[in-house]
Design a protein around this ligand. Structure first.
Ligand code: FCB
Length: 489
């Protein structure tokens, strides 16, 4: 049985942010409203077979129209922070040039409403919805896109930075570059090793330029970025599997963090790709080094990695394929090139239970990641920007949703964060993914990650038991903060 929510918050610093997380494309709908341009995900959704059951996000959670009701929900929930994302194609319909005032106004109103409700807005600038026009010009595999991103980041922070202090540049760069440009599983659906490798370096440079463009306009902002991170364990204790796990760690966890925080790409990665494949220019690595003000962490699983029964080849030995269960039902990459050999990763072992995504429930992963980043890069401020689980659940006979497994999941993960804090990690916030069920990318509406349930036919939002639980936790945290403030005054 889970512990009371109050008990859980007592161990955290009073100023710790308790929040929930969403992203624009997964919740907004209204893809043609107020001058929004098409994004790569709108296009990808029209590709037969790309999204389970042929789902698309034209309506999603209709948040674009229901945002006021949703801010009321957030306020009732009691969160102190709300992580959402800004849709680039609403701000610049073709990804460049003039700002679309009607698109910007949506976020302007949202920010004001959040602040009025006592909630800190925590926007992400890029959560995967690239304007289609930029993809047509080469997308993230084209260097110019880094400058387009910096312009966009500067424009949004100039407009909202008087009220918004915390900004995340990107969401999970490794996931969207690998699944989008290498595995073809996410928009724009490309399967090209050269395009993927170029996109890695362009997105790194986009971080660097975006960060500096925002700070030039508003030096006081706290600007970081958010990464999918997971501990990588060898499947067996053989030298090949151990090597495969350390390689997977270099690629999955450090491919973006290391150039940004330390000015170099991981050596194992560089050794595994053709020389020149990143198209580095002189001075790039100096420029790439960026003093991020925080690192956002999204952790959903541990990765268990094997060399796939092969011994380590002498050739460029590239990347790894992820399988959805330990036995593996095959991945998505096209590894037909003879120079490319996948290292195999799976989402956990058989020890923990599994969520509806097939991911093992392994709370320790979050502890390992938070303390691991601290060890490697020093005591940088960390925010858990996403933590959560999908379960197949439907309302019970009483009309309520008894999602005890989700409560247990959050409770255990929050405890893991607390242990990381006690071990010296500077963790400052926890955001549950997600506020409500939403469009889960290529999986469509099947996986339900929300604290609130959505009936997508009626848009009715229903509180799951986990939402009530999280509400008690957030209200407990707010009460503590009030007590401290009243003692101090
Ligand atoms: C993360 C994404 C987020 C959501 C969760 C389940 O990788 O950032 O948008 O899809 O997974």
């Amino acid at each position: 049985m889970y512990r009371s929510a109050d008990h859980l918050v007592a161990g955290f610093p009073q100023t710790f942010m308790w929040g929930v997380s969403t992203s624009a494309y997964q919740i907004e709908g209204a893809v043609e409203r107020d001058g929004r341009g098409p994004s790569i995900w709108d296009t990808f959704c029209t590709v037969p077979g790309a999204i389970e059951r042929g789902d698309d996000a034209r309506m999603a959670c209709d948040h674009y129209h229901r945002w006021r009701e949703d801010v009321d929900l957030l306020q009732t929930l009691g969160v102190s922070s709300y992580r959402f994302s800004v849709a680039w194609p609403r701000i610049q319909p073709t990804g460049r040039g003039e700002i679309n005032a009607a698109g910007l106004a949506f976020y302007d109103r949202l920010v004001d409403a959040l602040l009025e409700a006592g909630i800190a807005p925590f926007p992400t600038l890029y959560h995967w919805d690239l304007p289609q026009a930029l993809e047509d010009a080469g997308g993230w595999a084209e260097r110019d896109t880094a400058d387009r991103f910096a312009d966009y980041a500067a424009a949004v922070s100039a407009a909202l930075g008087d009220r918004v202090t915390h900004w995340s540049l990107f969401n999970e760069p490794f996931i969207f570059t690998s699944r989008g440009y290498l595995f073809g599983r996410y928009a724009p659906g490309r399967r090209s090793l050269p395009a993927f490798l170029k996109s890695v370096h362009v997105v790194t440079m986009a971080h660097a330029r975006g960060y500096r463009a925002m700070k030039a306009g508003r030096p006081g902002l706290s600007v970081g970025s958010t990464f999918a991170l997971a501990p990588c364990e060898p499947a067996t204790d053989t030298p090949d599997d151990r090597w495969a796990a350390s390689y997977a760690d270099a690629v999955f966890n450090h491919l973006f963090l290391q150039p940004l925080l330390a000015g170099s790409y991981p050596r194992a990665f560089l050794e595994s790709i053709p020389v020149g494949a990143l198209y580095l220019k002189a001075g790039d690595l100096d420029e790439a080094r960026t003093p991020l003000d925080f690192v956002g962490v999204n952790t959903y699983y541990r990765l268990v990695v094997s060399a796939g029964g092969r011994s380590r080849p002498a050739l460029p030995y590239f990347l790894f394929d992820l399988r959805s269960d330990a036995r593996g039902a095959g991945g998505h990459a096209d590894f037909s090139s003879p120079r490319v050999e996948p290292v195999m990763g799976s989402f956990g072992r058989e020890e923990g239970g599994r969520t509806a995504m097939g991911w093992e429930i392994w709370p320790r992963a979050l502890y390992d990641v938070l303390t691991g980043v601290t060890q490697v890069y020093g005591r940088i401020p960390l925010y858990v920007c996403e933590s959560g689980c999908a379960f197949d659940e439907t309302p019970g006979e009483d009309g309520r949703i008894h999602d005890a497994a989700r409560i247990a999941y959050h409770e255990q993960h929050i405890q893991s964060v607390l242990r990381a804090v006690h071990s010296g990690a500077d963790v400052r916030g926890y955001h549950a993914w997600s506020l409500y069920d939403n469009f889960e990318w290529a999986s469509g509406y099947r996986p339900r990650f929300g604290l609130l349930h959505i009936d997508f036919a009626t848009q009715r939002r229903t509180w799951k038991d986990s939402a009530y639980w999280y509400q008690r936790l957030c209200h407990g945290a707010r009460a503590r903060l009030r007590d401290v403030r009243s003692v101090a005054s």
